[in-house]
Design a protein around this ligand. Structure first.
Ligand SMILES: *Cc1c(COP(=O)(O)O)cnc(C)c1O
Length: 234
């Protein structure tokens, strides 16, 4: 049987190869293990292999797993975040990938200020402009960044996208490329307090392509933990 350790070895090899293809090193890429729906016993198999950065898309799951997983874990909130839930995770996560409105950013800023921290965030961009997806439209990114630049207790580290679900991952290459172009364009605007280095893009199906196009963070769930077990839905 294929173990989590086997899965990680396979993913690691592909991450390394794709990094080298884009003229970078394995260390330049963060492999975020997306542990949503997985219980802590299973997640520990991944952290034992050295994957200590974990991605969750629900506030509740971070709250449930935070204590049992203990110290040394870097939690990333990667899913849509409701304003009224920011307070629960503000002192638990290392990064919030899903900022897509000033309203949400202001709440994060307020809660971070109260804890005397500066929260690293990414702006989520709906690069393929899919109806069903969260994120700002590419053309609205600059306006949001301008507004965010005035908030002192958040630091915008980069951009994030969830690419379309496609059979052939090559179809997403264009969106990953546009994400990188957008990052470069935005940095060239020289907005006060905004210089972005991170591109969070690529999931199990397409992370190699994303890395080739400049991803610095890939979010891999199924490729590490296997299929997800949702209790009530498919
Ligand atoms: C679930 C999820 C992932 C991981 O998806 P896989 O296809 O299982 O790798 C990545 N990013 C986000 C935002 C997710 O919700």
């Amino acid at each position: 049987m294929q173990t989590i350790q086997d899965n990680i070895q396979a993913v690691e090899a592909k991450v390394k190869e794709a990094a080298e293809k884009s003229g970078r090193k394995r260390e330049d890429i963060l492999l975020l293990a997306v542990s949503k729906t997985k219980p802590v016993e299973i997640i520990r198999e991944a952290t034992a292999c050295g994957l200590t950065s974990l991605g969750e898309n629900k506030v509740q799951e971070i709250m449930d797993k935070y204590e049992p997983m203990g110290e040394g874990i870097h939690w990333h909130l990667i899913g849509h975040l409701q304003t009224n839930k920011v307070k629960y995770i503000i002192d638990k996560v290392d990064m919030i990938h899903s900022v897509d409105s000033l309203h949400l950013a202001e709440e994060i800023n307020k809660r971070a200020a109260a804890k005397n921290i500066v929260m690293p965030v990414l702006v989520e961009v709906n690069m393929a402009e899919e109806e069903s997806k969260f994120g700002v439209k590419p053309e609205d990114t600059e306006a949001l960044l301008l507004a965010l630049s005035k908030l002192e207790n958040i630091q915008v580290k980069g951009l994030m996208t969830v690419a379309p679900f496609v059979e052939n991952p090559e179809e997403n290459r264009v969106y990953f490329r546009k994400m990188r172009e957008l990052l470069v364009d935005m940095n060239n605007k020289k907005i006060h307090n905004i210089h972005m280095d991170e591109l969070s893009m690529g999931m199990t199906n397409d992370y190699e392509i994303a890395i080739e196009e400049g991803a610095t963070i890939v979010r891999v769930g199924t490729g590490i933990f296997g299929e997800r077990n949702y209790p009530h839905k498919g």
